[in-house]
Design a protein around this ligand. Structure first.
Ligand code: HMG
Ligand code: MG
Length: 300
């Protein structure tokens, strides 16, 4: 088995982690979270989303978050944009990287962004053109890569079609989302291998929600076949408001522990990360969901 020496982690806590939070999280808390995550050594921090505030009220302060963060050299602060309006706002806020988000299921696409997969891809094309003209990198997401909350099973060929469309349009990396955490390792490998027949595996990332506790197992499986970029969320925060049952993303701490155990470098300080998980969870009135954070805290 050949494992990578290095893995790139994309921290999505400030966006995916907080977007579904029912209580109001202050802009100051979001900014402090992003600062702390950079202090931990994370070099890609998805900061916010320029989406409709009617659809996702928690992200309504996107411009204020972008205005308030200190941009560190060597750290990317991507933001989600669903359309040209989102791109315009993101550019005005000084974003240097954005992410478009499609799905492999039409039913989910309708619920999440109010259009079919085909319409979403048509919507993204001018976003890619505009971003390129502004010198801004674009990442692509494919939701429901291992199952859809509305449709059920999703064919891996459908995932590959959407991944290819985004890659062909100019996305530099495609993040394959197990939106409702229904994947298991062998199914995950088969899905990735199917997508990798269309998009080079080094251009793929894994985004696993931990609804059924399978995320770390799925990451280990993906590592074994050559994926070396994973989306993570501090404290296991998160969920998609338009995917019932999509609990938190895999906790950054759990993934860092896994990688350290495998001798894989990800450049993150676990102790500081656990402090950050405890801090942000405290801000939300709870303890960190991740077992690694709980264990580290218990041993102190
Ligand atoms: P729509 O209602 O069809 O939009 O929503 P519209 O174009 O008809 O416009 C209606 C109103 O929305 C107008 O305002 C627009 O200005 C406004 P009004 O005239 O009524 O006052 N609007 C916007 N406002 C701010 N920013 C914008 C924007 N665009 C239009 N960018 C839309 C379509 C896509 C906008 C909406 O469905 C939306 O914002 N959806 C976002 C849903 C979302 O953020 N979901 C969570 C992120 S995806 C996710 O979590 C999955 C992921 O983590 C991977 C995984 O886990 O699988 C990435
Ligand atoms: Mg997600």
């Amino acid at each position: 088995m050949h494992l990578p020496k290095k893995v790139r982690l994309v921290e999505v806590g400030p966006r995916d982690g907080l977007q579904n939070e029912q209580q109001q999280v202050t802009t100051a808390t979001k900014i402090e979270l992003i600062t702390r995550l950079a202090d931990c050594g994370l070099t890609a921090i998805e900061a916010t989303a320029f989406v409709s505030p009617k659809w996702v009220p928690q992200m309504a302060d996107a411009a204020a978050v972008m205005a308030g963060i200190e941009r560190r050299p060597g750290v990317a602060y991507p933001v989600l944009v669903p359309n040209e309006q989102g791109l315009e706002s993101a550019l005005a806020a000084g974003a240097t990287e954005v992410a478009v988000f499609a799905a492999a299921s039409d039913a989910f696409s309708q619920k999440n962004i109010n259009c079919t997969i085909k319409e979403s891809l048509e919507r993204f094309r001018p976003v890619l053109v505009g971003a390129k003209a502004a010198g801004v990198k674009v990442r692509g997401y494919v939701s429901c890569a291992l199952g859809c909350p509305y449709q059920g099973e999703v064919a891996s060929t459908a995932v590959a079609d959407v991944a290819w469309a985004l890659f062909e349009m100019g996305c530099y990396e495609i993040s394959l989302g197990d939106t409702i955490g229904s994947g298991t390792p062998e199914k995950n490998k088969a899905m990735i291998e199917s997508v990798a027949r269309r998009v080079p595996i080094k251009k793929l990332a894994g985004h696993y929600h931990d609804t059924r506790g399978m995320a770390v197992a799925n990451i280990y499986a993906a590592l074994q076949i050559g994926v070396n970029v994973f989306d993570v969320s501090v404290g296991g925060l998160g969920g998609c408001p338009y995917a019932k049952g999509a609990s938190g993303n895999v906790a950054t701490e759990d993934v860092v522990w896994l990688l350290q155990g495998l001798g894989i470098d990800c450049g993150v300080d676990l102790g500081m990360l656990v402090d950050t998980a405890a801090w942000v969870s405290g801000q939300l009135g709870r303890v960190p969901a991740s077992k690694v954070a709980q264990a580290v805290i218990a041993q102190r």
